[in-house]
Design a protein around this ligand. Structure first.
Ligand code: TXD
Length: 319
């Protein structure tokens, strides 16, 4: 069977890491696209030159033209600008909405059958705008945030319990912001829920609360350390997990920003919820039961995403 084709729109920090991981996992051939000349070409060639040493077969090409993404099976979008000092949130929205417009048009023309994963921030609004711009079915356009937020939660828990990260499951719902909803009841070690682990004396409620807080602020913690730029290894790994589930029809249950049509009482908005990703894209949206405090946290998160989308509609009324 021919190799899958993976198009990476944006060849910055995350884009470059995505290309390396896609190669290492032999997911398929990779096209790196960026408006910056030389960067996608340089990164593509550099990673291709690593392939004999690392032992993978994949073609990696860099480009500044959308035609090179023709027929892509998966498109992962990181294109955009980060918020710089002095830039307001709506300045950032304005620029990145324009970027989503361009990227969406490119996908519509050259990769209308792709599974599209958006990573660009502010995530919940950008994936919404990207879906509108490319016009692909909503089950083929998702946002990456929950896998990353859950991975952070899992790592902190594994560290606290001194157990393998592989045995820690964790769930984070809602928008990709400080009011995301880490679900303590649905997280635990090898099937033992966190509240039971507290009862068993493995940890304390205070420690769990502080891990929840650290998870919520996980993105900011890395930004503060790096000073320039934001996290890129874990975000890239998370998007690759989603792409793999699609390409290999694994039907993983992963928290992703998916378009809701009534689930969780929401219609017409992208929000981080558990979904099953298989060969058809988002094959199922899983509605889990929430208690009143979890629902209240989710409602707060929903309100933030709604506010963000309303701001986007103000900037681009045609959306
Ligand atoms: O969980 C999540 N969703 C996130 C999101 C976690 C971490 C970072 N997240 C966001 O991903 C971050 O706030 C950014 O919006 C994106 C990409 O992060 P990255 O660290 O890769 O940013 P870079 O290094 O600035 O790369 C962006 C690239 C850069 O090379 C630009 O030249 C390019 O985007 N760019 C474009 N490419 C194509 N088309 C257009 N119009 C364009 N404009 C800029």
């Amino acid at each position: 069977m021919a190799r899958a084709k993976i198009a990476l729109i944006g060849a910055g920090q995350i884009g470059g890491t995505l290309a390396l991981l896609a190669g290492l996992k032999e997911l398929g051939d990779v096209v790196l696209f960026d408006v910056a000349e030389g960067i996608p070409q340089g990164k593509g060639l550099d990673i291709a030159e690593a392939s004999p040493v690392l032992g993978f077969d994949a073609k990696l090409v860099g480009t500044n033209g959308y035609e090179a993404i023709e027929g892509a099976d998966v498109v992962i979008v990181t294109a955009g600008v980060p918020r710089k000092p002095g830039m307001s949130r709506s300045d950032l929205l304005d620029i990145n909405l324009k970027v989503m417009g361009q990227v969406g048009a490119g996908i519509k023309q050259y990769a209308p059958n792709a599974f599209v994963i958006c990573i660009t921030n502010p995530l919940d609004a950008m994936v919404w705008a990207l879906q509108k711009a490319c016009g692909l079915p909503v089950e083929k356009v998702v946002g990456m945030a929950g896998v990353l937020d859950s991975a952070r939660f899992r790592y902190f828990l594994a560290d606290e319990f001194n157990v393998s990260v592989e045995d820690v499951t964790a769930f984070v719902l809602g928008g990709h912001g400080d009011d995301m909803v880490p679900l303590v009841r649905y997280s635990g070690v090898a099937g033992i829920p966190l509240p039971d682990l507290v009862k068993m004396g493995w940890t304390t409620q205070e420690k769990v609360d502080s891990i929840v807080e650290r998870t919520r602020k996980g993105g900011g913690e890395i930004v503060n350390l790096l000073k320039t730029g934001s996290a890129f290894y874990a975000p890239a790994a998370s998007a690759i997990e989603m792409a793999t589930s699609y390409l290999r029809d694994k039907k993983r249950l992963l928290p992703c920003a998916a378009f809701l049509t009534g689930q969780y009482g929401i219609d017409g908005l992208y929000l981080g919820v558990p979904v099953i990703i298989g060969a058809k894209g988002v094959e199922r949206i899983v509605e889990i039961e929430l208690d009143s405090s979890e629902q209240a946290m989710l409602d707060k998160s929903i309100a933030s995403v709604q506010e963000l989308v309303a701001e986007c509609k103000k900037i681009v009324p045609s959306l």
